[in-house]
Ligand binder design. Structure first.
Ligand SMILES: Nc1ncnc2c1ncn2[C@@H]1O[C@H](COP(=O)(O)OP(=O)(O)OP(=O)(O)O)[C@@H](O)[C@H]1O
Length: 596
């Protein structure tokens, strides 16, 4: 994962949280009303001690039972009003804040779809998953509770202290004594907690990655009997996370203890001073009762500050982690408008002119994967790309739909530079199928129609990919659910559906990265015969490892160490280029070594 860890000090908690404002803005009225309702409810709690003072100094002193009952009724009504108002607050914010979380999640998902492949190459999927789930849930909890209560409790404490100072300023000052040390301690705590909270949230991401990999790779894990080592790796990470969570708990326990003990000591001192004052006749018993009840009413607002700060810190970290992804630049969508699409370009096929490419995360000084590629795939032609493993074939094909950006040179489709085309149009023109076919949790039909076209086109495409028969035999035909949540298909069946998806929209340009590798030779021959029909009007670049696939092509280009070293027909290359002959001989697969 590329992001900085333990970087919570880079940005203050408040500055991090302020970035949530655009999401909060639509619900600001409701949130503001809810906060006001909570302040009123909380301050109602401070009226109760004043009623107690009235009861003690009034009806109790005058031995008037009717007055005491009346006072008790006031206290009961105040309590009920406080509870109702808090309930109302919850109702006001519950739904709007859930929609804030939903909006953030939708934005994150949309953004992830638009980030370049190089971003996804760099980031572990578990880190992205944890940001979209755990972090956003943390943020919703923060918006519902700590954000409101830091404000509400702050106002309550302020009002409470004004009431206390008003009742007896000397006792009030005794209670205020711990405020300064507490502010210093809280600041120190917040800094330490920020670092640990960040570490914990990153570790949750790492753990998610391990779980995800183990689930996706369960066949390998079982096949190689690696469940013990996977479990060990999982336990190690879980142990790390447990340690970090314990660090958090220790810090929280420490600050909670201080936040509880210091004010309690001050209350004890105020009680002693107050009792002496009552004994000296300087203070009424009712005032002392009211004073101490107010202090008790302030206990929760004061004690809660510790964990409210902790939750705010976690929310700030979650916000940082959310915006680390959101701040990543999206792929540029290319020039706006469709003017270029309307001007009918000359049919020129695909041209690579001096194209070079180096992966952004390649080590410094390493040679580029592709270097000065000049290649012309004529309009309507099928060109096979052959090369040793690791020679850059997949990389070259990925440059055509701009899954990666060429770092030098240019690629022209029918004479038009692909960087001058809107990306959407480019991807309409170019269709792709990869050796590793990915199917989504959707029906067979939906998977195929991702490539465009209609029901008739799908029937044709399934026929080309020789998938008609097995699809018809599926329990629900093309409506059968496949992918992770659905029926499991064989590798060859998946490849054929991926191929159908690539050809269904009858694209002008087709890029196939060894899409028939999992088929038996008979099925491959049938697919190729049908593909030849499709490819007649299409310019195609096909990565090939086997002579049977190469025979599908009009010409062949040999890629060697990132350069095109020969172009010609299969037979010309077989005759003139030992490396090609070696690659096609089958010995290459058997020996796994290069003839050079
Ligand atoms: N995301 C990446 N980051 C850095 N280097 C990469 C990345 N993907 C591939 N490479 C490197 O680029 C080189 C070419 O890889 P590529 O997948 O294009 O080869 P290939 O010819 O398609 O191989 P194969 O026939 O085995 O599929 C390899 O050395 C590989 O290690």
């Amino acid at each position: 994962m590329p992001e900085k860890r333990d970087s919570a000090e880079d940005r203050s908690t408040v500055r991090s949280l302020l970035r949530l404002w655009p999401y909060l803005r639509p619900v600001r009225l409701r949130w503001g009303t809810a906060a006001l309702v909570a302040v009123v409810a909380s301050c109602l709690g401070l009226v109760i001690p004043l009623v107690l003072k009235w009861i003690v100094d009034g009806p109790v002193a005058a031995r008037d039972p009717g007055g005491v009952w009346l006072g008790a009724l006031y206290v009961l009504l105040l309590g009920i009003a406080e509870a109702l108002l808090f309930g109302f607050r919850r109702w006001l914010v519950g739904r709007p804040l859930a929609s804030v979380e939903a909006a953030m999640r939708a934005d994150l998902y949309r953004h992830l779809q638009r980030l370049p492949i190089s971003f996804h190459d760099r980031w572990a999927s578990g880190q992205l998953l944890s940001r979209g789930t755990t972090d956003l849930s943390l943020l919703r909890m923060f918006l519902v509770f700590p954000l409101t209560f830091l404000f509400v409790n702050g106002v309550t404490i302020l009002v409470g202290y004004v009431v206390l100072l008003d009742q007896q300023w000397t006792l009030g000052l005794v209670l205020l004594a711990p405020v300064a040390p507490l502010v210093v301690l809280c600041t120190f705590f917040e800094k330490r907690y920020a670092v640990v909270a960040r570490r914990a949230q990153d570790q949750v991401g790492d753990l998610t990655t391990v779980v995800e990999e183990s689930v996706l790779g369960i066949r390998i894990v079982k096949g190689f009997g690696r469940h013990r080592s996977q479990a060990t790796a999982f336990r190690a990470l879980a142990g790390l996370l447990r340690g970090t969570e314990l660090d958090k708990a220790r810090l929280l326990a420490g600050i909670w203890a201080l936040i509880t003990i210091l004010p309690e000591v001050a209350v004890g001192a105020a009680l002693v001073v107050g009792t002496v004052q009552v004994a000296d006749g300087d203070l009424s018993a009712g005032t002392l009762v009211a004073f101490l009840s107010t202090t008790l009413a302030l206990r929760w607002p004061v004690e809660s500050i510790g964990f409210l700060l902790a939750m705010s810190q976690e929310a700030a970290t979650a916000t940082e982690r959310f915006f680390e992804v959101m701040d990543e630049p999206e792929e540029d969508i290319g020039p706006a408008g469709t003017a270029a699409a309307e001007a009918t370009p000359r049919a020129d096929g695909v041209r690579f002119e001096g194209v070079s490419f180096r992966y952004p995360d390649a080590p410094d000084g390493s040679p580029p994967v592709l270097d000065g590629i000049d290649l012309h795939v004529r309009a309507g032609e099928t060109l096979a790309l052959v090369g040793a493993t690791g020679s850059g074939k997949t990389t070259l094909t990925a440059l055509v739909p701009r899954l990666h950006e060429a770092t030098g040179g240019r690629i022209l489709l029918d004479g038009e530079d692909i960087t001058h085309m809107p990306r959407e149009r480019l991807r309409e023109l170019v269709s792709v199928a990869f050796e590793e076919p990915t199917l989504f949790s959707a029906s067979v039909g939906e998977n195929v129609l991702m490539g465009g076209g209609d029901a008739d086109a799908m029937t044709r495409a399934l026929a080309v990919a020789q998938a008609e028969q097995f699809v018809a035999a599926l329990p629900g035909g093309t409506a059968t659910q496949v992918g992770e949540q659905g029926l499991s298909l064989s590798g060859g069946q998946r490849q054929r559906l991926a191929l159908a998806r690539a050809v269904v929209g009858r694209p002008r340009f087709l890029v196939l990265d060894d899409p028939l590798s999992a088929l038996d030779v008979h099925t491959e021959a049938l697919v190729e015969a049908a593909l030849r029909e499709v490819l007649r009007g299409t310019t195609a670049l096909v990565v090939a490892h086997r002579p049977s696939t190469v025979l599908l092509a009009d010409r062949v280009a040999l890629l060697s160490e990132g350069r095109i070293t020969a172009v010609g027909t299969h037979h010309e290359l077989l005759r003139d280029h030992p490396e090609y002959a070696w690659l096609m001989s089958g010995d290459a697969e058997d020996r796994g070594t290069d003839p050079r």
